[in-house]
Design a protein around this ligand. Sequence first.
Ligand SMILES: [Zn+2]
Length: 408
Amino acid sequence: MAAGMLRLRAGVIALVTTPAIIEGGIIIENGRILAVGLWNDIVSQPYAGPTLELPDSILLPGFVNAHTHMELSIFKDAVPYNGSFADWLGRLRALRRNWEGDMGDVLAKACRESLAAGVTTVGDISWRHRAWRHLKSSPLRKIAFAEIFGLENDPSEKRDMLQTWIDETLSDDLLQPGVSPHAPYTVGRPLFEAVAQLARQHQLPLMTHLSETREEFEFLHFGRGPIFDDLRDIHFIPDDFTPPGCDPVDYFLSLNLGEQPFLLAHVNYITTAQINELAKTQHSVVYCPRSHQFFRHPPHPFRDMLAAGINVCLGTDSLASNSTLSILDEIRFLHQEYPDIPPDTLLQMATINGARALNLDHLTGSLEPGKAADLIALPLNSSPHVWPQEILESISQPTHVFIKGEKV
Ligand SMILES: [Zn+2]
């Protein structure tokens, strides 16, 4: 028997980038998908390894949670939303400052919960890049984004700090560093551009929060409002600060970021003209449906974005504004809210679009020969021909989760 061989047989295989296969099979070798197709074809290929029979299962690529802050899991239900984002963020910051606990335990639990929910890849942001050490031992595939803040005109100190964090990160084939200038109201033009340059040098993925709240507009246009007051109170705003005098999206699009694509978290407030401008770039948008609902934003324009050709993926955001770290829960929520969205679209947003946004689509996000065998099995209780309903309308959870062909 060849090393690292496994053959799976399933009632349905949802490949995501091409139509699903009813009665399908997959051969995995050394963590990679060697072949996928109709079971009759798979079983006729020479093969001498074990077979896992899952006739009552749907196999699909593992989910990609493209935007989360797992370190904030400790603050689940801790900060209710009272209508002001600045106030919410301020209270969360105060809690974080005073929290004393074991970050390793927190992150290990968040990783276990993610895996149990069928998430096999995460884009995780942490303050001062403190999460990667704790994430490293988890079998999850992850980009550990180092978050940076700074409105000062000279970005060199923050840039060097970020460089040190990146140099310290012990990457492996499941862990890569990324960089995340926090948001237009906490990162000035010089630091934004310096971070993009650093990302270009090291080929690192980039993520930022953009146009998440209406309160950003007042800050960026006029240098006032609740976010300004909150940041002034903690002495974050330099004396010589001048606001850019425009919308968050226009501000972002005016930055000199080179060719590096960003993953833009939220983008809740955007005009049609700005959507069309964004569609001309390589940037992706990550929509966090249940966190969006938590903050009571008006409906998200993700369908207009998709129609314009923008790559829109999904995130849970943190447990401070959500109940689980499950992308399956996000697509079930979206299916309830928008029953007319084709299940294929939801599944793509939950898998390949996230992989693309994190620049991991050569490895994961769909079931194709050559990609890593990051896949999950969900129960199939009804006819295989109604498998999308089974995924979106049941409450079942994954029975098997594989990353690189290893059961986790
Ligand atoms: Zn976030």
